[in-house]
Design a protein around this ligand. Sequence first.
Ligand code: MN
Length: 335
Amino acid sequence: MNFQKFDILLSELSNKKVLITTHDQVDLDGFTSCVLLKFFLETYFENIQVHLFFSRLSKFTIDFLTRLEKIYPNISYSIENGKNYLNIEFIIILDTNNLDQVVFPESVKESKKKIPFIFIDHHFNLNHDIVNNIKAYNIILDSNTSTAEILYEIFMHYKIEIPIKFRYLLLAAIYTDTGGFKNANNNTFHHISDILNSNLKFQDFLMCVEKENDFPKKVAIIKGLQRVKIKRINTWLIGISQVGSYTSSVASTLLQIGFDVSIVYSKKPNSFRITTRAKKEICLKTGLHLGKILSEIKEGSGGGHDGAASLNGENSFESTLNQILEKIKKTLNNI
Ligand SMILES: [Mn+2]
């Protein structure tokens, strides 16, 4: 990470009223990164007003925080949604670099003032120009397995101690964003080994993060498996299926049972979502990058990583699905 650039950003932020936010349906990586950045800025600066805004937390995030608070009653992450977000002077958007995935508070939406913003993220980025985005200050490191690790490196660099409750969050963010370490790299484990200390037992943490599948999710996975269609390209297997919700759980399950690539979609009357997953092996051997493929589709708004990406769209479902499949086939056939 380029800390010279980050130092300039920090000098820009001093004495400002800053809003920190993330993508909608906030996952643990988005949540953790926001909470940590707020804590960092408030520790680093004496005079800064930092506000957090979460549009909606995902069910998994809420469940994790609830389980953690039951085991460790002293751990409390006060979320201050609903505050007034007037006169915000700078916005930092974490864990996404796609404005379509961000829901801003009403007062920010209505504000006539042009508020500058930056992204801190670990998803593939096409480096487009966006109005009010100060591109030079964006921190987009797609070699990191989570945004939380970018935050972790910031704490290390400025030698700020991370309290135990934030270590739990860091662990949870990294664990979930790497699919239980399946997509981790060597750096991920260096970070994890630093984060775990004598007060934090990995097995205690696992109890909070692992839980029995809930019923609707089980049904979605079983239906998704019943409906799966198989496409074979050389020796690679692509699984395509449809469910009402839980597209990402179904897509991950398809990889577990033997597919190399999975495409799972869910259709609503006026919108659709396509979730894709690929095994690390196929990405490394063929150069397949699902995030890149999905971000190139003009009909929808998509992006992600080489092995995990999703797209939301409103119309042209059939042609979008075909385009994705064709692009995947093309990559696999080029080998
Ligand atoms: Mn993330």
